[in-house]
Write a protein that binds this ligand. Structure first.
Ligand code: NAD
Length: 258
């Protein structure tokens, strides 16, 4: 793989801001593109908050945090990705949006640049970034190019079963989460994890996987559809299975069983 100096990240949401930060921490120059300035500033704000916390906790020196931040350049203009050697997309899980985005990027970056995707479910044709992920200190697991790859193939039915268990009255939201944490040694329960993933992202992943496999285990349960219709996207929107508006999350009383 040709040497990578500058990394482009498209999307500065839950995943994109983290990818931009990790790449900058590993010493890469990063250009991150969002759709509008307000969304961009929100994502950059999260990076700044995490860097400040690292300094506060003594995990980083102020000068190093400043240097990491200085390596990240935010933009709403695709043209700012022109000099990138690698472009990683982390935009909304929607094939048409991703195809439109790649068309824009393809017209701008140099011909030898590498493209990579952070998709959770959409099959990909070509990926050659193991060396780069190694340089970030991250594990890259090669998998067959199939919808959902390894993690979502196994995780998505589990998360949806957590929702179905709640719908069927097996336990309360917190009881289901606590039971899986204690019983299976998971760091967070399925309903908390769904809120973390983002219910909109999870809904899109379900649709891709259901379309691919036509199996009920990948179908969106009614409760997920209702929550999406209500605009409850999980942690990122402040409301999901839990209400995140207070100091600590509490069960969302509006999530009624069908
Ligand atoms: N959430 C997870 O736990 C998780 C885990 C692994 C992979 N992923 C994948 O990562 C990708 C991003 O997911 P996310 O959770 O960060 O979603 P998100 O909704 O938090 O962020 C997506 C961002 O992309 C932006 N965006 C949309 N179109 C764009 C464009 N053309 N140019 C620039 N920005 C654009 C949106 O404004 C939004 O801020 C998806 O493909 C998802 O499947 C998500």
């Amino acid at each position: 793989m040709a040497e990578i100096g500058k990394v482009g990240v498209v999307g500065c949401g839950l995943m994109g801001h983290g990818i931009a930060q990790v790449a900058a921490e590993a010493g890469y120059e990063v250009a991150v593109r969002e759709v509008d300035d307000a969304t961009l500033q929100k994502g950059l704000g999260k990076i700044e908050k995490q860097l400040a916390r690292a300094v506060e906790k003594g995990r980083a020196e102020q000068a190093d945090a400043d240097a990491v931040r200085a390596r990240i350049r935010g933009s709403t203009d695709y043209a700012d990705l022109a000099e990138c050697d690698l472009v990683i997309e982390a935009i909304t899980e929607d094939l048409q949006l991703k195809l439109d985005m790649w068309r824009e990027v393809d017209g701008i970056v140099k011909s030898e640049a590498h493209f990579a995707t952070n998709t959770s479910s959409l099959p990909v044709v070509d990926q050659a970034v193991a060396e780069f992920t190694g340089s970030l200190g991250k594990l890259a697991v090669p998998t067959r190019d199939t919808a959902g790859f390894v993690v979502n193939r196994l995780l998505v039915p589990f998360l949806l079963d957590g929702m179905r268990a709640y719908e069927e009255g097996v336990g309360s939201i917190a009881e289901i989460d606590e039971a899986m944490k204690a019983g299976a040694g998971h760091p967070m329960g399925p309903l908390t994890l769904s809120d973390f993933v983002g219910l909109d992202t999870l809904g899109s992943i379900c649709d891709v996987m259901f379309e691919e496999f036509r199996e009920k285990r990948f179908a969106q349960p009614p409760i997920l559809r209702k929550m999406l219709a209500a605009g409850w996207y999980g942690r990122k929107s402040g409301m999901g299975f839990y209400d995140y508006s207070g100091d600590a999350p509490v069960e969302n009383p509006g999530v009624a069983r069908s």
